[in-house]
Ligand binder design. Structure first.
Ligand code: T1G
Length: 711
């Protein structure tokens, strides 16, 4: 057998093992190897049944995503190897049983569905996550799942893409059995026992594709598909693949299998050739790329983190404490008064209760986690902490005071992390005896929900401290991105011009709602002004004051947010900001604010005009790109994809547009540059093109080209 697929025997059962670490993807040679093994076993009279199993930690986790570029360019046929394998399995005259542990995802589940039976460990998951890559299950998942699980379950799995548990799969007839035990060995033993039962029972070979009884009828299915389309539109707004995935499931219920298969192939290629799929695949690999730090190898030494401590039980400190507790790490939570401490604990409890209500956590999970959060008013309990996170007010002097205290209160090898969102990590580190142990771990609010973690590298931060912080991020299921030390690091540094342009636009006559709507139609999770209300206009005001940046003379400054601040309109927290907030913080336009803005503009002599969505989007998004180019040139971000990942996970940029830098490459840097020159001519200073952007535009290159040339 090929080294990718091994065959062994257990009595009269052939065991076919996929050996393609780390996730047994269906890379070239794997489908062919499985097919050859099954054909050989089928021809061997001493073989009565077959088991298909993955080596290592998982069953087949899908097609090899790295092959899609070759399919898109025509270098490889779609589904080469995979499609013939499905028929080899399903038409095999002897029973083939898929033995599933880990994750049977995408093509992996589709291969399992082409087998005659499927058994799994209780810990296994199955799913069709293809829509997360901007494609749809192209190897029969949309056609076989409804025949086993019914139309509604199949449509949801294929259109939303979330995995389901083994129990849920068993309940929906996707699995035939969950075997005892939790190891791969117990899975194999359980599957062999299952095979023996099948042989004793006549070794039947039911083909899923022949089973139409669960396909329902058009009248019953119509509302199911309508509901699923609406759900897909809501959960995967603006994305094409989920809708086409439902088209394919619907075809399975309306036409013969082969016809539906041909239609699905067409739909699959339409998706694969879409910019959305290219962007989503860029994001898939980007989430993994950002873990790689050129001068900190992935096998670098890390420090053991068994105990943590947090200074500050405010919104951020409490949320950060929850992250540690959720990762199973006991965490001391310190405040300056019992009242502040109790307020913080109450907020944590409320957050957990909300998660229990939403079914995200069980009550016992919450009890265990709350037990891990140990309140304190003193630094005494910090002596054995392996890491301390400072999460006090965004004020440099206060932070320095805390770090001086931590220098005394902690053991020398403890990591000292600041949660500052904008301030100079080197300046904070400068008050400690050993700045090599100081790093930034910038969580995003709400810290217990947002997955982005900016890990801020100080000039003197030790490499094992960086490696430990990145590893800790993964333990917390965060997407950690290493960033350099400058005001606002990557995310907030780019957010400043983005919010400035939003204010400029309304001061030039754009309607507040139109600015947010244009960007939400572009795909942003929330418009910039609504974000300003969410984050707090007072917070932004304090950060501006704290930064104290001298602004160049005669340069236009945004006026609106200062005006709102002075009016006490801080946003959601005060029930009014850019918008008015009613029940459940539902926002509605506030004519008073539009009047205030118009007065401001009149006093500033700003000509009012109608501004269309195109200009709103270009000014907001290209200012992100321009600042991102500066950040790249200064080395504050390691790669363009790091900026993309920060904006996807921290600021709600649409993943199906890949991130600001990927989007600019897709538009074409020449066009972006020319548009920026137009804005510079109209608006001056703030639109000075970043030198890197100007250079790449002149050379007709992309940010990806620039990155490739540097790797
Ligand atoms: N193809 C190629 N490489 C993959 C891969 C895949 N399907 N899945 C993971 N990798 C790489 C990943 O880039 C990383 O590489 C390493 O494996 C470990 O991954 C026909 C067309 C399975 C839950 O979408 O969800 O089938 O960074 O860090 O956290 O209809 O990987 O080490 O160099 O994520 O333990 C459908 C995608 C494909 C599953 C494991 N399948 N993978 O998570 O490890 S499309 C998927 C995952 C398809 C069919 C269609 C996760 C995982 P490196 P990791 P993990």
């Amino acid at each position: 057998m090929s080294e990718l697929v091994a065959v062994s025997r257990s009595g009269d059962v052939a065991v076919v093992t996929v050996q393609n670490p780390p996730v047994n993807a269906l890379s070239p040679g794997v489908p062919e190897g499985i097919a050859a093994a099954v054909e050989d076993a089928a021809a061997d009279d001493t073989v009565r049944a077959m088991v298909l199993i993955g080596d290592g930690r998982t069953f087949i986790a899908g097609a090899d995503i790295r092959e899609f570029a070759k399919i898109r360019s025509g270098q490889r046929e779609r589904g080469e190897g995979i499609h013939p394998l499905l028929f080899t399995l399903e038409d095999c005259p002897k029973p083939v049983i898929a033995a599933i542990h880990g994750t049977a995802f995408g093509g992996g589940l589709e291969v399992a569905l082409a087998c005659h039976y499927r058994v799994a460990l209780a810990s296994a998951q199955v799913g069709q996550p293809e829509v997360k890559l901007g494609i749809l299950p192209g190897a029969g998942g949309t056609l076989r799942l409804p025949r086993l699980a019914g139309v509604a379950k199949a449509a949801e799995m294929c259109a939303i893409g979330d995995p389901i548990t083994a129990q849920d799969a068993l309940d929906h007839h996707i699995l035939d059995r969950i075997v005892e035990g939790g190891s791969r060995e117990s899975l194999l033993a359980g599957t062999l026992a299952f095979a023996a039962e099948l042989i004793a029972d006549g070794a039947k070979t039911p083909r899923v594709r022949d089973n139409d009884e669960r396909l329902g009828d058009m009248a019953a299915n119509a509302p199911i598909f309508a509901k699923m389309r609406a759900l897909a539109h809501q959960k995967r707004r603006g994305q094409m693949a989920p809708q086409k995935s439902i088209d394919s499931v619907e075809a399975a219920t309306k036409m013969p299998f082969e016809e539906a298969r041909v239609l699905t192939a067409k739909l699959f290629m339409e998706c694969l050739h879409s910019p959305q799929s290219e962007a989503l695949i860029h994001v898939f690999f980007g989430e993994r790329e950002v873990r790689k730090i050129p001068d900190v190898p992935s096998d670098s030494r890390t420090r053991k983190i068994a105990k943590a401590a947090i200074v500050g039980a405010g919104t951020m400190g409490g949320g950060i404490a929850m992250n540690y507790a959720n990762a199973g790490i006991p965490v001391r939570l310190k405040e300056v008064s019992e009242q502040a401490l109790q307020r913080g604990l109450a907020r944590i409890r409320a957050n957990y209760d909300h998660s229990v209500k939403r079914g995200r956590f069980t009550p016992e999970f919450v009890r265990e986690r709350m037990d891990l959060i140990q309140p304190t008013l003193s630094y005494k309990e910090f002596a054995d902490a392996d890491i301390v996170v400072e999460a006090v007010f965004e004020n440099m002097e206060l932070k320095k005071t805390v770090f001086r205290e931590l220098d005394e209160a902690t053991k020398p090898e403890a990591i000292l992390a600041t949660n500052t969102s904008t301030l100079d990590v080197d300046e904070i580190a400068s008050v400690t005896a050993d700045p090599t142990r100081v790093i930034g771990t910038h969580f995003f609010s709400p810290a217990n929900v947002m997955r982005l973690l900016e890990v801020v590298r100080g000039k003197k931060t030790a490499k094992d401290v960086i490696a430990t912080a990145m590893q800790l991020g993964r333990r917390m299921k965060k997407v950690g991105v290493l960033v350099g030390n400058c005001h606002g690091f990557v995310g907030n540094r780019m957010f400043v011009p983005y919010m400035r342009e939003a204010q400029f636009l309304v001061e030039e006559g754009a309607n507040i709602v139109d600015v947010d709507q244009a960007l939400e139609d572009f795909g942003m999770a929330m418009g910039p002004l609504a974000v300003g209300d969410l984050a707090g206009i007072d917070v932004a005001w304090r950060i501006r004051r704290e930064a104290g940046h001298e602004q160049p003379e005669g340069v236009r400054q945004p006026l609106s947010e200062d005006a709102l601040y002075e009016m006490g309109r801080y946003g959601q927290k005060t029930g009014a900001g850019w918008y008015r907030y009613g029940e459940n913080r539902k926002r509605s336009p506030d004519p008073n604010v539009q009047t205030v803005i118009t007065d401001i503009a009149a006093r500033a002599g700003l000509e009012q005009r109608t501004i269309g969505a195109r200009e709103i989007v270009d000014r907001a998004i290209y200012t992100l790109v321009n600042e991102g180019a500066r950040i790249l040139e200064e080395g504050i971000a390691l790669r363009p994809v790091d900026i993309d990942i920060v904006y996807l996970y921290g600021y709600g940029f649409p993943a199906y547009k890949g991130g600001p830098m990927w989007y600019a490459d897709w538009v074409g840097l020449q066009s972006v540059y020319e548009r920026i020159l137009e804005f510079e001519a109209q608006h001056g200073h703030w639109w000075k093109p970043a030198p890197l952007l100007a250079r790449l535009a002149a050379e007709r290159k992309t940010f990806s080209d620039w990155q490739r040339e540097r790797s």
